[in-house]
Design a protein around this ligand. Sequence first.
Ligand code: PLP
Length: 385
Amino acid sequence: MKDRPIYLDNHATTPVDPLVLEAMLPYFTENFGNAGSAGHSYGWEAAAAVKQAREAIAQSINAAPEEIIFTSGATESNNLALKGIAEAYFSQGRHIITVQTEHRAVLDPCAYLETLGFEVTYLPVQPDGLLELDFLEKAIRPDTVLVSVMAANNEIGVLQPIDKIGAICHEKNVLFHCDAAQAIAKAPIDVQAQNIDLLSLTAHKIYGPKGIGALYVRRKNPRVNLAAQLHGGGQEREKRSGTLYVPQIVGFGKAVEIALANQPEENERLKHLRDRLWNKLQNIPNCTLNGDFSQRLPHNLNISFADIDGASLLLGLRHTVALSSGSACSSGKPSHVLQAIGRTTAECQASLRFGIGRTSTIADIDQVAIAVQKTVTSLRQMSAD
Ligand SMILES: *Cc1c(COP(=O)(O)O)cnc(C)c1O
C-alpha cells in the first residue's frame, strides 16, 4: 500500500542512507567518547573516527584534512565564511561581492554585514541564471576582500562557472568563497583546480544526517585568515569551538564516501530520469524551463506554468508528489531566484521545483508527469469556464 506522495524534494533534504545510519550508531552508545579527550581510549576511538571522516571529506574536494572545519551545516559554514573573512580582513577592505540568486544563508549574512558598515555588491544574473563574468570583473575594486558565488543553485539547479570565477579572483587577489551545498557529488569540485579559498558543505543533501556540515578554509597559496564566530574550547584549530558531534561527523564522512563511489553512474541515471520528465512535461502548453538546460544539476528541473494559480497547483498535486514551488525555506514569498531571472510574481508562484533522488524510479517519473499534466489542464479549464 502506498499512502505517501512520491518524494521529489531532494534539494530540500534527502533521507539518511541505511549504511550511513549503521556507521553512525556505535558512536552514540559504545563509542561515545569526546574526540578531545586525549588521555584515554574512549577519546582516541572518537578522534580516530573523526580523522577518517575528515580525510574522506577533504579528499572529495582535493583539500588537506587540516583545511576542514566541522560546522552544523551549510548555513553555519556560510555565516562563518562571510563574517569570519569580513572581520579578519576589514583593515584591508570592506567590500564584498555576491550574486542576487544566492541562498538566503549567504544573502542574509551579507545584509547583516551591511549594517556593520561593509559594502556588498549583489550581481544580477542573465536570463539563463548564469553569472556574466564581465560584470564580476568590473565589480572587483581595490577594497574588495571576498567574492561569494554558489556552485549550484538550489532552486533552478544552474551550475555557475566556478572555474572561471576562481581564476578571476585568484588573478585579482580577492578571496573566493563557494557554497557547494547542492553541488557536492553532483558536479566536479576541486578546490585546487578551481582556486576556491573557502567552500561550504552540508551532509543532509547527500543522504547524510542533518545538523552537520563543513567549511573548507585554504591554508596555503594563500593562507586564509578567518575570525572565529564561536569561542570556547578551541576545537577545530580555534576556528569553531564546541564538542565535536562525532556520530554526525561519522555519518557525513560515510555519506561522502558512498556518494563519490557511485557518482558517475548515479548522475547518469538521474539525468536520464530528469530528461524523461522534461520530455513529458514540455508537451504542456505555455510552460517555461527556468535556468540553463546544459549547465545544470543532473537531478533538477524548475518549470513555470503560465495562467495557473500557484497555490491551486500545489494543492492539486500534494497527494501524488512532494515537491516545492520555488524554495522550501522561503515558501509564501515569491522566489528571489525566479524574480532575478525575470519571472513575474504570478509565474514564481506557479513554478515547480523537481529534485529527483536516489530512490526515484521511472514509474515515479511517469506517474508525476501524468499528475502534473492533468492538474495543469484541469486548472486551466476551470479558469476558462
Ligand atoms: C540547503 C542549502 C543551504 C543550507 O544548508 P543547511 O545545512 O541546511 O544549513 C545553504 N546553501 C544551499 C545552496 C543549500 O542548498
